[in-house]
Design a protein around this ligand. Sequence first.
Ligand code: ASP
Length: 437
Amino acid sequence: MTGTITRSWRRYRSVPLVYRIGIAFVLGSALGLVVGGRATALEPIGELFVRLLEMIVVPIVVFTLLLGARRLTPSKLGRIGGQVVGLYLLTTAVAIVIGLGVANLVQPGVGLELAGSAGETEQAPSMVDVLLGVVPDNPLGAMAEGNVLPTIFFTVVFGIALAMLSEEFEPGSAVHDGVEAIFDVAEAGSEAMFKIVWGVMEFGVLGVFALMATTFGEAGVDAIVPYAKLALALTLAVSIHIGLVYLVVIQRGLMGESPLSFLSGAKDAMVTALSISSSSGTLPVSMSDADENFGVAEEVYSFSLPLGATINMDGTAMYLGIVAVFAANVVGQSLTIAEQFAVLATALLASVGTAGVPSAGLIMMTIVLTQVGLPLEIVGMIAGIDPLLDRMRTMNNVTGDLAVTTLVAKWNGAIDYAGTVWSDAPTGSVVDGAVDD
Ligand code: ASP
């Protein structure tokens, strides 16, 4: 009996994790559709999975960023930071253009009428508040609350100070050795976090099953039908953006890599994002993909991925553009070219300010709708289908972070190809894993 259980468990474990999670995704969705609202009984299991992932976010960001700072001089940080932020903004702008293009073609919202407001008009934060919020008034408070941007800010500053001290003081002095001890703790800490990620992902098979059953149990097919065109427009735009920008332009064109290698390396993060609708929650998985599957040095991903999970939201930005067209159609207007430019600019800024948590994009939509004078009731109108659309845009958000990270790593010679997914990975040899000067 025990023998059979052990054998079945081994057989189960021999199937790659991402496939098990994929199957759980499909089975969970099917169960939700079949049993309806009763599936919400599974909600705590899904929530447990999300909490387990969120649990690791702050420690993994702090540990890996400190490790990055050990290897990074401020000038290298400036160069890598500039490339990362520049590419993030550029890809987001392209995403909005694609979103608007597809929405103009599909015309979602035609035939729908403004329903009574569901009262979902939470206030979006102002841009000034978003920018000021980058600097924590209390670093431990920021960490305790899980605010990633101020945590990045403090950790980078702290890490640079440590690295400077380590150069200023002689080896053997208390300060120099103390600094090195902190860096050693960070190294052990980040390894431990990656171990935890994989344990959590094992549980994720159950977690994802429960999350999908709950979503479909609550939303049901009925919620989808009237909004099918909106869902179609987003699906199309996400597919075009991932296919064209990440796979063809970045991977094939700029990196000379096979798009399939990229997808195979990013799939854990993509499936997790689809399952939990949170870029921040997916962060531990994206970091582990960058580290283990792509061989990216931590001085690049420790900075680019947490930053991406908070400011780089290509899927969200494109969604904001699509919803603007949807809203205009619902009220029977059409957006002029000038208005579409206004949508582009506001959606870009709003997506930067969107938190990487479920449904954050829904709140940011108020900024875009206000900008072009469309009714905020639209937010309430699409709130019902948002949990489904959120998955797709979050998957796009996370894929974009990884695509840019791999490109910047390649540009800076910060990929160690040995044992990675890259098609040109040399077998056995270790290519320079450090950033060039
Ligand atoms: N859920 C998205 C994310 O975490 C944000 C959004 O609502 O668009 O990336």
